[in-house]
Design a protein around this ligand. Structure first.
Ligand code: PMP
Ligand code: GLN
Length: 379
């Protein structure tokens, strides 16, 4: 077969969700909200279908939606992207990331990826002949060591991928981090791919630091985002990216040959829905309550936590319970205790074993309570 990706395993998300259903376990593994998305939003989709928006949309997305998105970015981050040339609506953030990497990474180019990392960056780089350069995030709070980044930048570095709020750790990049990155990249040709899918899920009054808010970063940044996380509809696979025109021109070439355009009635619906900022500004509070409820429920168990700063994921450390690897322990938890989570080592350099599991707390309180009851019985 001569595989292009010989070492890319089956997705851990498919694997753990598959096991959860096989063993009828509570599924806190794959990240998706356990709540219904807004009926009004669904009605808007149906209305668009009834109104006849059932054929191809424009390649870059419908102008009404692009306009709403760029206004939102301007309001939140002070950067005004051009509605015609600097935004493309994509099939989820995944396709934005695929296009962003594929448009620029040539064989032999190096791409810096912070580990643990969401699992698609590396295979996309490799499928383009690029070379992933992993850098481990440091400490309990998964921070970037910028001095190490400096030493890993070379003449071959084509791109750096950042992800804040970060999946799986729930850490975030601070304003100081972004300024440091901006300084590092100044006078280079390095492109920044900023995966900001959890931009609205951020806690304790922290502010999301978008790459678009930093002038010199925005000039080289492809910012990728997803509606799925924000509006409880990961199955709709709707997202977008923004970037300066010179970059967007190339991204659209890959967008054209992969999908050409994305779901038309959903674009109509989001163009209307985004007019109400409450739909996304309410998210930090909503998810912070979920996080705090889950943390409180498990505080007397042997699972130890550092509160997640963003995303709908919470890492738990089980090192007081067993020295078993997280992959084995996660499998045992599904089979014996009927609770599914994600072992963190699969996202790490050389599968380093941190004795940590990732739980998705985007679930109804009743589910969180059942999960906590199970966790209280372990160890
Ligand atoms: N990036 C990160 C960090 C994610 O967690 C996810 C999805 N779960 C994606 C990208 C992909 O987003 P989408 O489902 O919109 O393709
Ligand atoms: N991003 C989701 C997670 O981290 C899963 C997406 C997928 O299943 N590919 O769990």
């Amino acid at each position: 077969i001569n595989s292009k990706l010989p070492n890319t395993p089956e997705s851990i998300f498919s694997k753990m969700s598959g096991m959860a259903s096989q063993y009828q376990a509570i599924n806190m593994s794959q990240g998706f909200p356990g709540f219904k998305s807004d009926d009004y939003l669904k009605e808007l989709v149906f209305k668009a279908m009834k109104d006849g928006y059932n054929q191809y949309a424009p390649l870059a997305g419908i102008p009404e939606l692009r306009e709403e998105i760029i206004n939102k970015i301007e309001n939140l981050h002070g950067k005004k992207y051009h509605v015609d040339s600097e935004i493309t609506v994509t099939s989820g953030a995944s396709q934005a990331i695929y296009c962003g990497i594929s448009a620029f990474v040539h064989p032999g180019d190096e791409v810096i990826i912070f580990k643990p990392a969401y699992d698609i960056y590396e295979p996309i780089v490799k499928s383009n002949g690029g070379i992933p350069v992993p850098i481990q995030l440091k400490g309990k709070e998964y921070q970037v060591d910028w001095e190490e980044v400096e030493t890993k930048i070379s003449d071959k570095t084509r791109m750096i991928v950042i992800n804040s709020p970060h999946n799986p750790s729930g850490s975030i990049l601070s304003r100081e981090d972004m300024l440091r990155l901006e300084k590092l990249l100044k006078n280079t040709n390095i492109i920044l791919l900023s995966d900001e899918v959890y931009e609205h899920i951020i806690f304790d009054d922290r502010k999301h630091q978008s790459a678009s808010a930093f002038k010199d970063l925005a000039e080289r940044a492809i910012v990728c985002a997803s509606f799925g996380k924000t509006f409880h509809n990961t199955g709709w696979k709707m997202g977008y990216c923004v970037a300066p025109e010179v970059l967007m021109k190339e991204i659209r070439k890959i967008h054209e040959i992969t999908v050409f355009c994305v779901n038309h009635p959903m674009q109509r619906a989001f163009a209307e829905y985004l007019k109400n900022p409450e739909t996304y500004l309410s998210l930090p509070n909503f998810y912070q309550q979920k996080r705090d409820y889950f943390l409180d429920l498990i505080k007397d168990t042997k699972f130890k936590t550092v509160p997640s700063a963003g995303t709908y994921f919470q890492l738990v450390d089980y090192s007081e319970i067993t020295s078993e690897s997280d992959i084995l322990f996660a499998a045992k938890m599904v089979k014996e205790y009927r609770l599914a989570s994600i072992p963190v080592s699969v996202f790490n350099i050389d599968q380093q074993d941190h004795k940590q599991l990732r739980f998705c707390f985007a679930k109804e309180n009743e589910t969180l309570e059942k999960a906590a009851e199970i966790l209280s019985k372990i160890g």
